[in-house]
Design a binder for this molecule. Structure first.
Ligand SMILES: *Cc1c(COP(=O)(O)O)cnc(C)c1O
Length: 463
C-alpha cells in the first residue's frame, strides 16, 4: 500500500492562548474523519496535497461523475481504503445528475441541486456518511447526533439513511422549523430518528453538547458529522475537476464562482487548484455578510456579529468556520473566535481569489434579469454566485471559460421565485416524494435528563 497522507491541526502554532493546548501531532484520514475536529479545536488539514498531471484531469472528459470522484478520492485516500470499497461508496453516493447549463458564450451554471435534499450539501454528506461506515471499528455502531434549525439536519439525515452501522438522531426546535422542513425531517425513517424538542435551537445544541461530554456515553461512539469535518471537504473537490474536464478546451483554465457562507464549498476549489487543476480565479461572492471581501480589500479581519439575515439564508455567516483553513493554506493562523494570530500572504491570496459582497437587492435583480434575458432559473444563493462572477468580469475583463455554481434548487424558494418571476418552479422528484412519506418524531422537553434517558434506552452500541 502506498504512503498515507497525514492531517494536522490549524491551531498547532497557537502558543500562549488561554484554554488552548496546541495539538502538534498528525493523524490519519480515518482518525480525522471519526474525530471531526482536532483536540485543540483546530481544523484538520492534509499535510501534503496530492498533485496530478493535467492529463489526468483531461482524461475525465465525457466520463461519468463517479470517475472524477474516484480520481480525487484515490489521490487522498491511498493506503486507507481499497479501490473496490471506494468504488462501491462512490457509486452509491452519486446516483444523480450534475447538469452543466450554458447561459451564453463560454459561461455556465453548474447545478448541484439534484440530490435528495436539492442542495449541494448532499454531495459532501453522502460521501462522508459512507466513508464513516466503511472506516468505523468493525462491529461497533456509530451514533450521530445533530442539532438543526432546518436544512443541515435533513441533508445529514438523508445522507445517512440506510447506511450500514450508523444511527442518526436529529434534534430540532418544535416551534422553529417550517412545515416542509418538519415533514422532511420526520419522514426520513429507518436508521434516522428525529426528536422534536420543546425549546429553541440553542436548547437542541445544548442537549447534544451535554451528551457529548456525559461519561455515560463514553462507549456509545457518539459523533457529530459536522460541517468542518475534512470528510466533507474532500468530496467538494470533485465537481470542480469534473466540470472543468467536461467544458475546458485545450486545457484552458476556468474561472469558478462559488456563493460562499462557511467557505467549505470554495475550499474544494482551492484544493482542486492546488492538485493541479487549471483554475484562473476563484471568485467567492458573499451576501451582505461581508467580512471576507472586506478582509481581502483592507487586510483587516472583523467578523460580522451578529450575522446579517439575508435572502440567501444558508450563507448568513459572519465568521466562516473554514476561513481558518484558507488562512492556513496561505501561511496564516486564525482562531475559532476570529482573532488573527499570523497574517496570511495577502498578495498571494488576492492573486488567486476575488471576493465581493452582493446585497439582497442585487440578488433579486439578478434572478429576474437572468431569467428574462436567458430563461435561466436561479435561486438566491446561485444568484449571489452569478452576480459575483459578473462583477469580477466587469473589473478584470471577460475571461474564457466561467463556471458559476447553483447550490440549491429554485423550488426551495417558491415565494421569492413567484414574487420575482410570476412562475411556480417545479419540484425535483426527490422532493415530490416527501409528500408520500409518513413518520412521527419523538417528543421531548428541553431537560437533559429526559434526553439522556431516551438515548440510553434507544441507542445501540454494536451491530
Ligand atoms: C451551505 C450553503 C451554501 C454555502 O456553502 P459554504 O460551504 O458554507 O460556503 C451556499 N448555498 C447553499 C444552498 C447552502 O446550503
Amino acid at each position: 500500500m502506498s504512503e498515507q497522507l497525514r492531517y494536522y491541526s490549524t491551531n498547532r502554532h497557537l502558543d500562549g492562548v488561554p484554554g488552548i493546548t496546541p495539538f502538534r501531532e498528525t493523524v490519519s484520514f480515518r482518525e480525522a474523519l471519526l474525530m471531526g475536529q482536532a483536540p485543540d479545536e483546530g481544523l484538520f488539514m492534509p499535510e501534503a496535497i496530492p498533485v496530478l498531471p493535467v492529463d489526468a484531469f483531461k482524461s475525465l472528459k465525457g466520463m461519468p461523475y463517479t470517475e472524477a470522484a474516484m480520481l480525487v478520492a484515490q489521490a487522498f485516500l491511498a493506503g486507507e481504503i481499497d479501490e473496490q470499497t471506494l468504488r462501491r461508496i462512490i457509486d452509491d453516493a452519486y446516483n444523480y445528475e450534475v447538469p452543466l447549463e450554458n447561459v451564453f458564450a463560454r459561461k455556465y451554471i453548474m447545478r448541484l441541486d439534484q440530490g435528495p435534499t436539492a442542495s449541494f450539501k448532499d454531495f459532501a454528506a453522502r460521501m462522508m456518511a459512507r466513508l464513516m461506515s466503511a472506516l468505523r471499528d468493525p462491529g461497533n455502531r456509530l451514533n450521530v447526533l445533530v442539532a438543526t434549525s432546518g436544512d443541515t439536519g435533513s441533508a445529514v439525515g438523508e445522507a445517512f439513511k440506510g447506511v450500514e452501522g450508523i444511527d442518526v438522531t436529529i434534534l430540532y426546535p418544535r416551534g422553529e422549523v417550517s412545515g416542509r422542513q418538519k415533514r422532511q425531517l420526520d419522514t426520513i425513517g429507518g436508521n434516522v430518528r428525529t426528536v422534536s424538542v420543546d425549546g429553541k435551537f440553542d436548547d437542541c445544541q445544548d442537549l447534544v453538547k451535554q451528551a457529548f461530554s456525559d461519561p455515560a456515553f463514553d462507549d456509545f461512539n457518539l459523533t457529530s458529522a459536522n460541517s468542518i469535518n475534512f470528510g466533507r471537504i474532500l468530496p467538494q473537490i470533485v465537481y470542480y475537476v469534473w466540470a472543468w474536464a467536461q467544458l475546458s478546451r485545450d486545457g484552458e483554465p476556468a474561472v469558478f464562482s462559488v456563493p460562499s457562507g462557511n467557505f467549505g464549498d470554495a475550499l474544494g476549489c482551492e484544493y482542486a487548484r492546488r492538485m493541479g487543476l487549471p483554475v484562473e480565479k476563484l471568485v467567492m461572492p458573499t451576501n451582505e455578510n461581508d467580512e471576507f471581501p472586506h478582509f481581502l480589500e483592507t487586510g483587516v479581519y472583523e467578523k460580522v456579529s451578529p450575522s446579517r439575515a439575508c435572502l440567501s439564508n444558508a450563507m448568513n455567516v459572519g465568521h466562516p468556520s473554514n476561513l481558518a483553513r484558507f488562512f492556513d493554506l496561505y501561511g496564516g493562523t486564525l482562531d475559532r473566535t476570529g482573532v488573527v494570530h499570523r497574517a496570511p500572504d495577502l498578495d498571494e491570496m488576492r492573486k488567486q481569489i476575488y471576493s465581493v459582497s452582493i446585497s439582497d437587492r442585487e440578488t433579486k435583480k439578478t434572478i429576474k434579469r437572468i431569467y428574462d434575458q436567458y430563461r435561466v432559473l436561479l435561486e438566491p444563493h446561485g444568484a449571489v454566485g452569478w452576480r459575483g462572477l459578473e462583477v469580477y468580469l466587469e473589473l478584470f475583463g471577460d475571461g474564457p471559460l466561467c463556471i458559476s455554481l447553483e447550490t440549491a434548487h429554485p423550488a426551495k424558494f417558491p415565494e421569492e421565485i413567484r414574487e420575482l418571476l410570476g412562475i411556480n418552479p417545479d419540484l425535483p422528484q426527490s422532493m415530490k416524494d416527501i409528500d408520500e412519506r409518513s413518520g412521527e418524531p419523538v417528543l421531548l422537553s428541553n431537560v437533559y435528563g429526559a434526553f439522556r434517558k431516551y438515548l440510553q434506552q434507544n441507542l445501540r452500541v454494536t451491530d
